[in-house]
Write a protein that binds this ligand. Structure first.
Ligand code: BGC
Length: 366
């Protein structure tokens, strides 16, 4: 056999060996990331920012979506455990239902980082990466109070909240209540769409159960259609004197746009002020157009960085930084909340465009 032939046979054997070896190797992922749904721009933002940041994170990772379904969320976690993850970064669809998935991960020796929303009623959460949601709610309250003519009484206030299955809905509401409650108690505002809030107006600190009662009446379920129907039903239930100029505490951008559209369509509503959060592209356009009054920019790039840094700390066997704890019903979960930025028409260019958060070509009328 010629030397050339030997060489070709050798190369062929090496090729087959290499092929068999790689296909037999078990696929491994170091960090699993589970996000709640692709149906809301907020979580697409998180996915995009994660994929960007993961390019230089130095570990293998995978992002999966639960599509609003806790069973799918658990199946995602199981699949990631089977791929050998060491750290799970998970934003629960339902804070309590996700406890089972977190416990599975913990049993498999995986560190569990609750991302943006806190997993409740389990000690299988190691760390919580979050924005300061209390501050977000307080910012809504402060914005609405700042728009009221000084010393005026009886201003119409409409309260809305997120899904009761999301722990954030409570923290956000608590923050808003901390600022609005004294102004409801002294008559500056009259709450027009929650008799439970009216009944509790003299209580600065509400129990979780009391908050549940109000949230139960004003929830949007974080759903745009539910938000629109609730706003329409609220407007149908009141007379013209509860309209005119209105102040609306809306829990995020998607629901704010839906609620704003419903109020704008009511001929007895002359002017409305409405809050939001997430700096979604569509809401930034609404702010530029004067259809949404404010949003809270929660710079997802920072949250993603916090999550990746925490994952790296765990992969190296160390601990992420802690400045605060959040009680999840069973445990005080260590956290380092990330600050927020308030965006109105006045500073939208500086905070959103000049900061590089969204490019100018996504908007008109800047
Ligand atoms: C998040 C918000 C988001 C909402 C609805 C909350 O837990 O903090 O940013 O808009 O869920 O998805």
């Amino acid at each position: 056999m010629s030397f050339k032939k030997v060489l070709i046979i050798f190369a062929l054997i090496m090729f087959i060996f290499g092929f068999v070896f790689t296909s037999c190797q078990k696929k491994t992922t170091a960090v699993g990331i589970v996000l709640p749904t692709k149906d809301e721009p907020r979580w697409i933002q998180d996915q995009t920012r994660f994929l960007d940041a993961l390019k230089s994170a130095g570990f293998s990772a995978k992002v999966l979506f639960s599509q609003g379904d806790s069973a799918k969320e658990k199946a995602n976690v199981e699949a990631l455990i089977a791929e050998g993850i060491k750290v799970l970064i998970i934003c629960p669809q339902d804070g309590t239902a996700a406890a089972a998935a977190a416990e599975l991960a913990h049993k498999a020796g995986v560190k569990v980082i609750s991302y943006d929303r806190l997993i409740r009623d389990t000690d299988a959460v190691d760390y919580y990466v979050t924005f300061d949601s209390f501050q977000v709610g307080a910012a809504w309250g402060e914005y609405l109070v700042s728009q009221v003519p000084a010393g005026s009484k009886g201003n119409n206030l409409y309260l809305y909240a997120g899904a009761a299955s999301d722990n954030n809905s409570f923290i956000l509401f608590e923050g808003a209540w901390s600022v609005l409650q004294p102004k409801i108690a002294d008559g500056t505002f009259i709450v027009r769409n929650s008799d439970k809030a009216v009944a509790l107006k003299n209580k600065p600190n509400l129990t979780r159960d009391e908050m549940s009662q109000i949230i139960g009446q004003v929830t949007t379920n974080w759903n745009f259609n539910d938000a629109k129907s609730k706003a329409e039903a609220n407007l149908t239930a009141v007379d013209a004197k509860a309209k005119g100029t209105v102040y609306i505490c809306a829990p995020n951008d998607g629901t704010a746009r839906a609620i704003a559209d419903a109020f704008a369509a009511d001929k007895d509503v002359k002017k409305y002020y409405i809050t939001g959060q997430d700096a979604e592209i569509a809401s930034i356009q609404y702010i530029i157009d004067g259809k949404q009054s404010m949003t809270v920019l929660k710079d997802v790039r920072l949250l993603v960085k916090d999550a990746i840094d925490a994952a790296i700390a765990y992969l190296k066997g160390s601990q992420p930084p802690v400045t605060k704890t959040y009680n999840n019903g069973v445990k005080d979960v260590p956290a380092k909340p990330t600050p927020i930025t308030i965006v109105t028409k006045e500073n939208v260019k500086k905070e959103i465009i000049d900061s590089g958060y969204w490019p100018a070509d996504k908007f008109t009328g800047l």
